[in-house]
Design a protein around this ligand. Sequence first.
Ligand SMILES: Nc1ncnc2c1ncn2[C@@H]1O[C@H](COP(=O)(O)OP(=O)(O)OP(=O)(O)O)[C@@H](O)[C@H]1O
Ligand SMILES: [Ca+2]
Length: 537
Amino acid sequence: MFSWLSKNEDCRKQPDIFENVVEGLKRVYKEKVYPLEEAYLFHDFHSPPLDEPDFDAKPMILLVGQYSTGKTTFIRYLLEKDFPGIRIGPEPTTDRFITVMYGEQDGIIPGNALVVDPKKQFRQLSKFGNAFLNRFQCSFVQSDVLKNITIIDSPGILSGEKHRVDRGYDFTGVLEWFAERVDRIILLFDAHKLDISDEFRRSIEALRGHEDKIRIVLNKADMVDHQQLMRVYGALMWSLGKVLQTPEVARVYIGSFWDKPLKFELNRKLFELEEQDLFQDIQGLPKNAALRKLNDLIKRARLAKVHAYIISILRRDMPSVFGKDSKKKELIKNLGNVYAEIQREQQIPPGDFPDLKYMQEKLNEQDFTKFHHIKPKLLEMVEKMLAEDISQLMGMIPHEQTESSKNYDVVGGAFEGVAEQSPFGYGRGEGADAGSLQQDWIVSRERFKYDEVFDNLNPVDGKISGASAKAEMVKSKLPNSVLGKIWKLSDIDKDGMLDSDEFALAMHLINIKLEGHDIPTELPKHLYPPGKHKFVT
Ligand SMILES: Nc1ncnc2c1ncn2[C@@H]1O[C@H](COP(=O)(O)OP(=O)(O)OP(=O)(O)O)[C@@H](O)[C@H]1O
Ligand SMILES: [Ca+2]
C-alpha cells in the first residue's frame, strides 16, 4: 500500500531541507510519525495511515446539514450549473456522499471504483464496506470553480433516524473521516425551519476536534421577514453554543444561496455582505491549504505520542505469566489512572487525550501481550519533528503563499458574477467607488457647494494653503489620522496646497467617510479631477 513510503530512503541521511511545504510534510510523516504510529497500532485505534494523495489533494469543502436545508442547491449556486447525479427537492433527496470534482468532461465514478484508484485520496473509505460504497460517488464537472477546490455533498440528516441501523453503514464514522481531511466544513441551517434534531446534534459531535474548520450558513434567510430572522439567528447561536462546546462560536453567514429573486428587498445588502465574507473565506482555502495540512499533522503527531504512552504503559503493567485476562479487564476499567499517570509524568494536557470510553471499547478487542514496550527513540523523533521540522515548514508558508497566490484563485461560477469588473461586484457604485461607471467626474455634481467654501478661504493664485485647508477640514470632526489620509489623496500634484478641484475632492472624500464607507489607500482613477489625469499612478 505504501510504495511511496520506501522511496527516498537516502533522505534520512541528509540534513532536513524541504523542497516545499507539502513535500516536507509527506517526508516528516513517513519518516518520523508513521514509525511511531505503526509500532503502537495507531491505525487500529484512530485513523488509517496517511497516503500520498492525502497530502496532494485539492482543498475540500464538506457540506453537512439536516435534509432540505439547501446543501445541493448551494453547490449548484456556486457552480452555476448542474453536476452529474444532482437531485434537488423538498423531500429528502441526496442519498449519498458525492465528491464534486473538476473534470475535463462531466461524468460519474461510483464509490467501489473510487476506492481502488491509487491517485485519489479515498482508498481508505473502503473500510466502511459495501453499504457505504454503494452510496458514494464522484461527480466530475467542467467548472472553473472546481479547478482549485473540491466540494463534497452529503446526504441530509433525518430526524428520528438511527444512522448505523437505517443506512447500513457507519454514517458518523464517515463524517469523521471526511472531517479529518477536509479544509472546511460548512454546516447548513434552514432559517425557515430551525429545529435541530438529536441526530444532527450527534453528527456535529462527530466533528469534535475540528471546530476550527467549521463555518455555519443560516440558509433560506429570505423565507422569513426581518424580525423573524433576528429571532431565528438568536436561537441558532444559542443552540450552537451548546452543541459546539467551544468558547468562541463559529462564524455564521446569513443568506439565501440560490438564484431565485429575493422576496424581501430589505435583505439584499446584508446578504451581499455575508456572501462576500463567505466567498472570501472559500477563496482563501487553496492559499491556506498547506497551513491546514500542517495543522492536522501536528494534531495527529500529538495524538500518536499520547497513544504510544498509553499502549506502552498497558504493556508494562501486564503480568508475564498468569492472570492475563483478569489483568486486562482491570487495566481497561482503570484506564483513567493510566491517563492521569501520563498527564503527570509527561506534562501532557488532558485535551490531547482520546475519549476514555472510546479507548476502553477499542482496547477490549486487543491482545495486550502483543503491545510494544516504550521505545524512547521513536518518541524522540516525533518530539524533534514537532520542535524543529514543523517550525521550519511553518516558516516556508508565507513565501509559498505569495509565490503561488495567482494560480490558487477560485474563479468562475458565482465567483465570476461578483468579480470586481462587473457593476454587480461587491461594493460597486458605493462609497469611493460611486461614479466609477459614469463618464463625468462625480465630484462635480456637488461642486457648487465646495467652491463657495473654497472662495471664502481666500485663495492666492487659485490655491489655499495647507493650514487653511486643515482649519476647514477639521470641522468634519473626523480624526486627524483619517483627515491626513484624505489630504494625501487630495493633494494630487503634491505641492502642499489645494486648488479648487483638489479641495472639492477632499470634501467629497470627507463625505464618503461620514457616510460610513472606507477611504481607499490609493485614489481610484475615476476620482482624479479631469485636468489631473496625468498624475494617475
Ligand atoms: N435559498 C433557498 N431559499 C428557499 N428555498 C431553497 C433555497 N435553497 C434551496 N431551497 C429549496 O429547498 C429544497 C431543498 O433543497 P436541496 O435539495 O438543495 O437541499 P439539501 O440540503 O440538498 O437536501 P437533502 O439533504 O435532502 O439532499 C428544494 O426544494 C429547494 O428548491
Ligand atoms: Ca441534497
